[in-house]
Design a protein around this ligand. Structure first.
Ligand code: PMP
Length: 435
């Protein structure tokens, strides 16, 4: 019996004993193919010698120095690397210990930015239904995931929620993808006008929706229209790339494929690739300056900002993603994974949809393929799938995400970018056994 709090106290989980490329071995020697990278974390697999060496080297120099006194080489290097590849004019980096802290920091940066501009009435956010942006109070308050919010209502961050962009579910007959995208994007403008533009700080969204919807990409033009609306009303566009960023979708930042740049972007998960806990919020100099040098309405800071060994890991990871060609590999292997999934499940009676970008793929499980009717949530199909695939030696990430009772259970796949062609075949075979 494990005594690790909180998830494991009542469970009989196997012990993770060793990482080997795309596999995790438990203490009994059973091998699991990592088809979800621990929810899109392990982009480089589990035994990357370069990242491990970078961490060890930094540990030998110095493990920790508080950022009120020191910066560190790896933190500066990683910040430069991220800025060099960031979309638009995001040229400041605030490091955090993970995703929720990155989102939390982004929300506070955005709030402080308007305080410094003398617009204190701007105090609300707009996000999307069924979204997840983290589990701390601010991030949870921004997310639109009804069941996660319910027990904590009223939440402290005032947020209202508009429709997500999910054409497989809600594109109407006769409507083109583009028309659909404009229709749902325009909900943002309606909501801004309903609330009063002078009260809104920003719009928060994941470019490709991960855990809660199962790798749902936006339709072309959706984010361009969102960007236009934000600009029209002077509100900030905050993109949450905690899950879909760092090469996962085939470009370092997912929003590159939508031809837009946000005012703030959050990253985590793939940034440390599981070797160290690290996240970041990247923003413009204008926002950052207001945040750190402003009138000090509130203070912000965390003990582990820019932690030397965490940033050493992040630096080695991003170097590998960019200079080492791993982002390109995610795009290339992602196409193969998509093709293999379509071949295996394209006509399956219980697979309603196969979607995603790069190494970020989702399958929707439905009771009836023709009507797209989901399974009764009481049957908890996702839990059965999780158990069956684990039994078969595959780690995947099924969830029972339902918006207004309409979307089915889904499986999120986010394997390491190093996955070989044969391992893609193994993944699809094992998933087939589970399904
Ligand atoms: N945002 C998104 C989009 C996420 O997927 C997650 C984690 N699943 C978070 C924020 C929170 O990140 P963390 O769990 O590292 O706090």
């Amino acid at each position: 019996m494990s005594h690790v709090f909180p998830r494991h106290t009542k469970s009989n989980l196997p012990l993770a004993a060793k990482g080997d490329g795309a596999y995790i071995l438990d203490a009994n020697g059973k091998r699991y193919l990592d088809g979800s990278g621990g929810a899109a974390v392990s982009c480089l697999g589990h035994s990357d010698a370069d990242v491990i060496a970078a961490i060890k080297e930094q540990l030998d120099r110095i493990a920790f120095a508080h950022t009120s006194f020191f910066t560190s080489e790896p933190a500066e290097r990683l910040a430069d690397r991220l800025i060099a590849h960031a979309p638009g004019s995001l040229d400041r980096v605030y490091f955090t210990s993970g995703g929720s802290e990155a989102v939390e920091s982004a929300l506070k940066m955005a709030r402080q930015y308007f305080l410094e501009k003398g617009e204190p009435k701007r105090a609300r956010f707009i996000a999307r239904r069924q979204s997840y942006h983290g589990n701390t109070l601010g991030a949870l308050g921004t997310g639109g995931n009804a069941w996660r919010r319910a027990q904590f209502e009223p939440l402290m961050v005032e947020t209202s929620h508009i429709a997500p962009c999910h054409e497989y579910r809600w594109r109407e007959e006769g409507e083109t993808s583009e028309d659909y995208g404009l229709r749902v994007a325009n909900e943002l403008e309606e909501e801004i006008l309903r609330l009063g533009p002078e009260t809104v700080i920003g719009f928060v969204a994941e470019p490709v929706v991960g855990a809660t919807m199962g790798a749902v990409p936006p339709v072309p033009g959706y984010f361009k229209r969102i960007r236009e609306i934000c600009d029209k009303y002077g509100i900030l566009l905050i993109l949450d790339e905690v899950m879909c960023g760092m090469g996962r979708t085939g470009t370092l930042f997912a929003c590159e494929q939508d031809g837009i740049a946000p005012d703030i972007v959050t990253i985590a998960k793939g940034l440390g690739a599981g070797y160290q806990p690290i996240g970041a919020a990247l923003c413009t100099a204008e926002i950052y300056d207001a945040f750190v040098q402003g009138s000090g309405f509130f203070q912000h800071g965390h003990t582990y900002i820019g932690h030397p060994t965490a940033t050493a890991a992040g630096d080695a990871v991003v170097k590998k993603l960019t200079e080492g060609g791993m982002v390109a590999r995610a795009a290339q292997q992602g196409e193969k994974l998509d093709a293999a999934l379509r071949e295996a499940f394209g006509a399956h009676p219980h697979i309603g949809d196969i979607r995603g970008r790069g190494m970020f793929r989702g399958l929707e499980i439905v009771e009836d393929r023709a009507t797209k009717a989901p399974f009764d949530p009481a049957r908890a199909i996702h839990k059965k799938l999780k158990a069956a695939s684990f039994e078969a030696g595959l780690i995947c990430y099924p969830m029972g995400g339902t918006i207004d009772g309409q979307t089915g259970d889904h499986i999120l796949l986010a394997p390491p970018f190093i996955i070989s062609d044969d391992q893609i075949g193994e993944l699809v075979d094992k998933l087939g056994t589970a399904v």
